[in-house]
Design a protein. Sequence first.
Length: 371
Amino acid sequence: MKSILITGASGFVGGAVVEYLLRQYQGKDINLLLLVRAETPLAGLARIKNNLEKFGLTAEQLSSLSETNILVGDLSEPDGFTQDSRLDNITHVINCAAIASFGNNPALWRVNVDGSLAFAKRMAKVTGLQRFIHVGTAMASMPDKDSVFYEDMPDNEHNEDLVQYTASKRAIENLIREHCPTLPFVVARPSIIVGHTQLGCRPSSSIFWVFLMALKLKKFTCQLNDSIDVIPVDYCAMVLVNLCLSATIKHSFYHISCGEERCTPFYAIDEFVAKANNTSAIINDYQQVSYEEMSGSRKQFKDILGPCNDKIILRAIKLYGGFAELNVKFDNQRLLDMGMPRPMPFTTYIDKCVNTTRGLSIPELMMVDFK
Ligand SMILES: NC(=O)c1ccc[n+]([C@@H]2O[C@H](COP(=O)([O-])OP(=O)(O)OC[C@H]3O[C@@H](n4cnc5c(N)ncnc54)[C@H](OP(=O)(O)O)[C@@H]3O)[C@@H](O)[C@H]2O)c1
């Protein structure tokens, strides 16, 4: 019997991981324990099920989860859950929980670094633990502009983090390696996760709104020829589960990305969004502008995007524009060598993302990324 502890199951990636396990492994010898913030196990179960409903699971599939699958706990106060004796029976961990926001969340380092390290130290004492998959982020490598980042390259210490979030994600990986040498620790760094190949943005509108915003404004800080390394959340989940449950794996570090071949140019995003909306692409009207020019036209944001706080929109343009301008690709050879399929190109499911966000304003869609 495998006993898998999943953190972050009330979120986008962790929810997709549980979705994958419930669809593919139900009835097999697998027990799930889900760490969730809540007052009681019952309330935690309700939060998890509420999230999983967005992944289209049936009532029957959801009924296999009960309060016994819930570990109530908060990474900002790890002492509250690390004494739970059920942790001693865990054989596998998929650690998805983190504050994944580009905003200035004051708990960022307490959760992503201090609490996560305490959790890893606790799991390092579990004698039957076979694998601890830690979900990092590819952007933590601080890649150079217009580069391909390979899995055997060290993080680019000469560049600066665009946001504290990536700094916290890099710090925790290094601290766990340093303080938990016996932990069967494997880092999986996804590139940029947008939508779900079957459900579009129903599970989460995270990041998709940035593309819609740039297209509505008809201007942004990157060129339309620049590309972005996007993967769907269901692909990310499938890879995480396989890395976790494979009897042996060769490396302790993997990118989960689309690789050079499948990166999506922004002009293709324009084309496929237009197709899904039955409108014309904006390719001939698009302008690449500086952040300062964006700032100069901020009074027009309300007219184009609907009621919004122009300061928040500008901040989003600065943060997400910084990543979009990088035009970086993350090599995924290690997964391909394992026989993993490549992810579906973003353009094959953009229509689903458009259809599941129709009628929602940019300020409504972006809220998920500014927690
Ligand atoms: N989305 C992307 O494009 C992307 C790309 C690369 C890497 N990643 C990584 O993927 C992982 C998951 O991100 P996501 O997109 O799924 O983010 P998300 O939707 O915001 O989910 C984050 C999860 O972490 C949990 N969490 C936050 N603070 C916690 C705390 N103090 N104690 C316990 N749990 C806590 C959240 O629980 P609550 O529901 O209680 O807040 C939620 O379940 C993160 O490690 C992120 O760095 C994401």
